[in-house]
Write a protein that binds this ligand. Structure first.
Ligand code: TYD
Ligand code: MG
Length: 454
């Protein structure tokens, strides 16, 4: 009988242990170790063979490396190309993560159909008929798009070898499995092995490979952490399923910035890139309501105008509630503490709810000032005059801190008809008009309170 090598893997962090233990040594999670087959002695050589292609390995001076070899492959989708940093790099692996139903399969099928080149779209989750129905729904012809409903990595790569596609798409890595390994599809060793096989294929054939990755309950990519180390680009597709907008971000990008944000809208006939998100986001804004303020976060190079809504009311139960959508709850608690301690607002006994409209999740701290303004406005029940926007970070001392790219933010506000922008005094912009916008530099939280409510 063939000898097999086995080890124990933590299903939560992917650490390998030589024997079973109750608690993982690395992440300290309990009862997460599962025995998995590492390799079989009788494994035949194939793409799965790490030795394959070794004869090509030869060190060379960096200056002799062909710089032009890495021509980017534009996908034709302006948002995706921007997030990738200009298109797919040949021989790279892109991992696209996201919650179920967010639109990963739709996005990739649209790319496959829109490329107009030979693309192999492999699905382990849907049948060829289902893919065809989806293609008809998004209304694209896609002459060069070939589909394959398969989960075995050997068969997928065999078919790729025959077809020689210019892009390979695998939906999803959790369904791909190597029959040589005993463990079930989706387990740590299967995911790692399957990714390694696609990686070897990508590097050997200079073909970009896009993998779909599932996401766990707590929002991390399912599978071992090494998966994220192995791939070149990790993209995350996020947004509220009940909202129109879907956001595409790069969490890791070996070939570009991780700052860019792509915004899509889900229609009845597929996903569509949104060219003017600020206009759409502010379109549904109601004027004259207290608790609403407009912030100017900048995700990547493009500043956005978003509406922040706050509701401050007396807590009915003992412990006041704090809830956020689209903003970090810990950051909200910090801002509330600053307002309480530095400005004397009694918010400790109040429920505070915060909402960034449009289903957007904002990470830029430049939204802080708008969040504070919305809270103060709701607390005092005085609306903020329309035409005012805010772009600054708030420090623990109650000081208003500068943010980058302030001119671009002010410009964007001006384009959308705003006439006042509050920013930090240290931002280096002087009070006065800039592109028709009145710039109001503030130094401390108290200055904002005086400017808004007198
Ligand atoms: P899907 O792309 O299958 O998501 P994932 O692969 O991330 O699980 O699902 C997309 C969702 O969007 C699904 O619930 C149906 C809906 N949808 C539309 O609203 N319009 C469309 O044109 C398509 C194809 C899907
Ligand atoms: Mg899917």
């Amino acid at each position: 009988m063939a000898k097999t090598k086995k080890a124990w893997f933590c299903q939560s962090c992917g650490t390998q242990h030589p024997q079973w233990m109750g608690q993982c040594k690395s992440c300290h999670a309990w009862n997460t170790l599962v025995e998995e087959v590492l390799e079989r002695e009788s494994a035949p050589t194939s793409w799965a063979d790490p030795q394959a292609g070794l004869e090509r390995a030869k060190a060379m001076p960096l200056s002799e490396v062909d710089r032009h070899a890495e021509q980017r492959h534009a996908t034709g989708d302006a948002e995706l190309d921007r997030v990738l940093g200009g298109g797919l790099v040949p021989g790279s692996i892109v991992l696209l993560g996201g919650e179920p139903g967010i639109g990963k399969s739709t996005l990739l099928l649209q790319i496959a159909l829109g490329l107009g080149e030979k693309v192999l779209y492999v699905s382990g989750e849907e049948s060829a008929q289902q893919i065809r129905m989806r293609a008809e729904r998004v209304g694209l012809q896609g002459k060069g798009c070939h589909v394959l409903a398969e989960t075995s990595t050997a068969k997928i790569l065999q078919s790729a070898e025959q077809l020689k596609p210019s892009v390979l798409i695998v939906d999803s890595i959790q369904t791909a499995h190597n029959p040589q390994l005993d463990s079930a599809a989706g387990s740590v060793s299967q995911i790692r092995e399957a990714t390694a096989e696609f990686l070897r294929y990508a590097k050997a054939r200079h073909v970009p490979v896009i993998l779909v990755g599932h996401i766990t309950k707590d929002g991390h990519l399912a599978g071992p952490k090494v998966l994220e180390h192995m791939v070149d680009v990790v993209l995350q597709f996020e947004g509220d399923r009940h909202h129109l907008f879907r956001m595409l971000r790069a969490l890791k990008n070996r070939f570009g910035s991780t700052q860019e944000l792509g915004i899509y809208q889900m229609h009845g006939h597929g996903l569509q890139g949104v060219a003017n998100p600020s206009g759409l986001l502010l379109g549904q804004r109601e004027e004259g309501l207290s608790g609403s303020a407009v912030g100017i976060p900048s995700e990547g190079m493009q500043p956005l105008l978003v509406e922040v809504q706050a509701l401050v009311s007396s807590a009915v139960y003992g412990t006041p509630q704090r809830a956020c959508t689209g903003f970090d709850t810990r950051r909200l608690n910090m801002l509330l503490a600053v307002l309480e301690k530095r400005c004397g607002f009694r918010l400790g006994a109040k429920d505070v709810f915060l909402n960034v409209t449009g289903g957007l999740r904002v990470e830029d701290p430049a939204l802080d000032l708008a969040v504070c303004a919305a809270i103060l406005s709701s607390n005092a029940d005085i609306p903020i005059p329309s035409g005012m926007a805010f772009a600054a970070e708030v420090g623990l001392g109650g000081e208003i801190r500068p943010v980058h790219r302030i001119e671009q933010r002010i410009n964007e506000a001006g384009k959308l008809g705003f006439d006042h922008v509050f920013c930090a005094r240290q931002n280096g912009v002087n009070a006065g008009t800039m592109q028709g916008v009145q710039v109001v530099p503030v130094r401390r939280m108290e200055d904002l309170v005086t400017a808004l409510f007198g």
